[in-house]
Design a protein around this ligand. Sequence first.
Ligand code: NCD
Length: 353
Amino acid sequence: MQHLLDPTDLSIQEIQQLLDLALDIINNRQAYSHVCDGKKLATLFYEPSTRTRLSFTAAMMELGGNVLGFSDARTSSVSKGETVADTVRVVSSFADIIAMRHFKEGAPHVAAQYSRIPIINAGDGGHAHPTQTLTDLLSIMRELGHLDNLTIGLCGDLKYGRTVHSLIKAMKRYEGTKFVLISPEELRLPDYIKNILPSNYIEVNTLEEAMPMLDVLYMTRVQQERFANQDDYERLKDSFILDAKKMELAPKHMIVLHPLPRVNEINIDVDDDPRAAYFRQVENGKFVRMALIYTLLKKANEPNKCQRVVSPTSHKCTNERCITRTEPVYKQSYIDSEGVERCAYCDHCLRKD
Ligand code: NCD
């Protein structure tokens, strides 16, 4: 059985197969309308979501399957104190595949250890969001025709923006990718992502500087719900705003992506620009999730591919939002390419207490 917890769970070839399947689904909707007849997707959403949950739901319905689950943890047994491990053990008896969104980083990784059915990470705290990345890749593919030799500007909340973290992990594997980072000082990338950036990345202070170099501009919302101090959020929330005037500085072929929801970071005067691809991006999300659900269900009987080596440790995760702070885990430690001991659930550093 295979899960999708992180974009690196998929090789570049497997990503391409999913994108090709999504394109085939787009062109032959009818041919796929019964391929998941009798199958059930459980959507376990512990954190608010509109498009991701609806997109998973629509995807499963268009494949002929059914959907059950919850969209508010307060109405489930979680409110009685049930662990993620126990919840997925139970849900494994009712469904064939699970899409989980959780405010704790690494929660879907815990789920995958106890589940008898495939787990899809639909966003875990500020950590990762691999299905948004598949959506982004399909969008770039459809809009620009290729995924190599692209310069991508990442703008906004690079610290807590899980979509950015996952997009970097995926895009850095394509030939010739260049990243341009545009964020307030306090919202720069966490070190575990910065460490894996190719060395040719550029950091700039204004959108105006970045625009002329870009093939893709990836805008993000400042993630209010992850701030400990709301004054900080207020101070930072409008740091970068894209508008029609700034779009004049961009190449004709550049596309603007945004995982949505948008708050203020893209002015509505950009919406009519043909380069504004964010609403087309939403629909790609449904098609690529159809491809993913179908593929994972077909592989449900195959063994999980061996991922990185994880060992027991007596050290604790330094990340307060990590699932290991609230749920016991057995093997938590891996060593990164620079020899740093990191948490296998959320990728933050481990430290002796
Ligand atoms: C993103 C998310 O949940 O991380 N939204 C989404 O999945 N479409 C981005 C965000 O909430 O800002």
